[in-house]
Design a protein around this ligand. Structure first.
Ligand code: ADP
Ligand code: MG
Length: 678
């Protein structure tokens, strides 16, 4: 009796195994059929022939034609992976992960085995990996360890039209190694048609065009400018949902906060619609969205319901979602902009370019005729939008890039082969900043500090803070702070119905008005003391997911500490030591209180305020150091810690002089004389 039940059990298991294998096989077969329907499929052999013949090829093809998912597979099928890995770079983390997941599915292998991805702080590859998707920034870092990219047989720089900073630097580096590695194949792929410029840059490399399928798209404009594009977007979504035939909706928003707002309002508004109106499935997608939820945007919409995807720019060209029939384009995106004169960098919501607007509209016409609703006027489109987005290299802080290039032994930055050289003012500013951080000496050469800093995949100010923690014997604490800062703004949460509780929980970590950096440390350490308890996170209104990510980042930083030979030691009771280590990295970001409660940044004077979410927002210390500036209704400092002004002179004597920090004295100085010469 017993035996038979065991046999039954075994049989049952066998059966279910059989079933899953079958299901997998069916899925794989279906996916293989689907692959053949992509526009690129017809050009497979021609493309492989071209790759065989030429070392460098520029590939142009409409978004969704199959460039990212198919080309690396074709190369693998043609045997290129036998000679080295095929790598495909993406400007965005989410795209790298999502595409890798898709390709591993198509190939019927486990993600991280034959097909993997690598993004900052997350390496999902193994010995077996043959096709590797990674962010362009990560490939840049790989040059540090392997300057000739010996492990790769093909490098595909994808989404080249985005012209991210890392892509532009990669261009220069891969062009260079292609010269002494004739066996290396280079593919540069782009979604826009102006590939001539890229081709010219790569010594007239041939351009391979993949004609896309495109159905007509009806473009609608608003009659008058919209006062509030969030409002307008919500109204438009609901109008489409109620009046238009079936088909999914894609809405372009600028970031996580906007997406969450729209998500919440939509959920609220659709509750009252009644049963006659089909269901509306809301699918957000943005960089920090947890991986498990990212896949949701690709799920097919059940019959009788409609999907609305709320996306950042990621859906413009990086990800293609099938079934989109309606696009709502408010006309904005968040971009980093940098003022080389002041050295200030901020994320700003800006109007998009005409090229972007056209890409966005095109998303609706992939599988059939589509409609695009632009929440701006046709006059705006014609007269106010730039033709193209300015490449990032022209509008960013270059300190990180300069540090990377210097550590690659590239000294002569002025003559580096940039496709569009950065403004020389920005280069100079970066050199100055690295000099002030002691990463470069006065001859512009990398110092020991600089070499150590370059090991960390962080902004130079953060890596300097970590390297400086050696001196103050508090590396344990500083690593935790750096990890928490790297998570961004998603540690605490504040449910609408429990705001008071959430705020009280948060204030606990600020006891003694220690400042935001130490408060983050308190959060991390308290969590660590509970042995990383999830329950503890719930009780304290802290996002457990963010904390886990911070722990991952911290583990990796700890690994790097070993590489740069900094001993991990704790100095928890000496808060001044920890604050001095922070100041060693962030002394550029100092500000002094003004009579009216605002602050004035010490160098490059500018009026700023403490962000209301800061633990010091009510306290207004005389001198503060901040992590970053964010511009919303005002220019706010986020993550603020009190500072003793004499530390600035002690820690950065070549940047600050006594007169900069002497409260009484500085007021008597005529304008501009308070600056230390550099
Ligand atoms: P391109 O790079 O030319 O824009 P892709 O290779 O990204 O094109 O996309 C080809 C097809 O693969 C598209 O139809 C897209 O919907 C599908 N696809 C890509 N990634 C995923 C994913 N993660 N899940 C489901 N489908 C995907
Ligand atoms: Mg692509």
């Amino acid at each position: 009796f017993v035996k038979s039940s065991v046999i039954e059990g075994t049989q049952f298991e066998d059966d279910s195994d059989q079933e899953t294998i079958d299901a997998k096989d069916i899925l794989k077969r279906e996916l293989q059929d689907e692959r053949k329907t992509l526009p690129i499929y017809k050009f497979r052999d021609e493309l492989l022939k071209a790759v065989d013949e030429y070392q460098v090829i520029v590939i142009v093809g409409e978004t969704g034609s199959g460039k990212t998912t198919q080309i690396p597979q074709y190369l693998h099928e043609a045997g290129y992976t036998a000679r080295g890995k095929v790598v495909c770079t993406q400007p965005r983390r989410v795209a790298a992960m999502s595409v890798a997941a898709r390709v591993s599915q198509e190939m019927g292998v486990k993600l991280g085995h034959e097909v993997g991805y690598s993004i900052r702080f997350e390496d999902c590859t193994s010995e077996k990996t043959m096709i590797k998707y990674m962010t362009d920034g990560m490939l840049l870092r790989e040059f540090l360890g392997e300057p000739d990219l010996a492990g790769y047989s093909v490098v595909m720089v994808d989404e080249a039209h985005e012209r991210t900073l890392s892509t532009d630097i990669l261009f220069g580096l891969v062009k260079d190694i292609a010269r002494f590695r004739p066996d290396l194949k280079l593919l540069i792929s782009s979604a826009t048609l102006d590939a001539e410029k890229i081709s010219d840059y790569f010594d007239s490399a041939p351009i391979f065009k993949i004609p896309g399928r495109r159905y007509p798209v009806e473009v609608h404009y608003t009659k008058a400018p919209e006062a509030d594009y969030i409002d307008a977007a919500i109204v438009t979504i609901l109008q489409i949902h109620v009046t238009q035939p079936p088909g999914d909706i894609l809405v372009f928003l600028t970031g996580q906060e906007e997406i969450e707002t729209v998500d919440e309002i939509l959920k609220h508004k659709t509750r009252g619609l009644g049963t006659k109106i089909p269901e509306l499935n809301i699918c957000p997608i943005y960089a920090n969205l947890p991986t498990e939820l990212q896949a949701k945007i690709f799920e097919t919409t059940p019959e009788g319901s409609r999907k609305v995807v709320l996306a950042t720019n990621i859906a413009e060209t990086s990800l293609t979602i099938d079934g989109i029939k309606y696009v709502i384009d408010p006309g904005f995106c968040k971009i980093k902009s940098y003022n080389p004169r002041t050295g200030m960098e901020s994320l700003l919501i800006n109007p998009i370019s005409k090229a972007s607007a056209n890409q966005r509209a095109g998303r609706s016409g992939r599988t059939g005729p589509g409609k695009c609703f632009r929440l701006y006027t046709s006059y705006n489109y014609m007269h106010d939008l730039e033709d193209n987005t300015v490449p990032e290299i022209q509008r960013t802080n270059l300190a990180n890039v300069v540090l990377t290039l210097k550590s690659l032994g590239i000294h002569d930055l002025v003559n580096f082969d940039f496709m569009d050289p950065p403004p020389s003012e920005a280069l100079l500013k970066a050199l100055e900043q690295l000099f002030a951080l002691s990463a470069l000496n006065s001859r512009g050469e990398l110092t020991k500090t600089g070499r150590r800093m370059a090991e960390f995949p962080l902004d130079p100010m953060l890596s300097k803070m970590i390297v400086a923690s050696e001196k103050y014997k508090c590396s344990d604490e500083v690593m935790s702070i750096a990890s928490m800062l790297s998570i961004g703004n998603s540690i605490f949460y504040r449910p609408k119905d429990k705001q008071v509780h959430a705020d009280n929980a948060r204030l606990n970590f600020h006891t003694g008005n220690v400042g935001d950096h130490i408060a983050l440390l308190n959060v991390y350490n308290s969590w660590r003391e509970t042995d990383f308890s999830t329950q503890w996170c719930y009780e304290n209104y802290i996002q457990v997911r963010s904390m886990k990510r911070a722990r991952d980042i911290r583990d990796q930083l700890e690994g790097l500490m070993e590489r740069v030979e900094i001993e991990v030691c704790s100095n928890a009771s000496d808060l001044d030591a920890i604050k001095k280590a922070i100041t060693s990295g962030f002394f550029h970001h100092s500000a002094r209180l003004q009579k009216n409660g605002s602050y004035r940044t010490v160098k490059n004077p500018q009026t700023v305020f403490i962000h209301p979410s800061s633990g010091l927002a009510q306290l207004l210390p005389r001198w503060v150091i901040y992590h970053e500036l964010v511009l919303t209704t005002k220019e706010y400092m986020r993550q603020v810690t009190e500072l003793k002004p004499e530390w600035l002179v002690e820690i950065a004597p070549h940047y600050y002089q006594l007169k900069d920090v002497d409260d009484a004295g500085s007021k008597k100085l005529p304008k501009g004389q308070g600056r230390a010469a550099l």
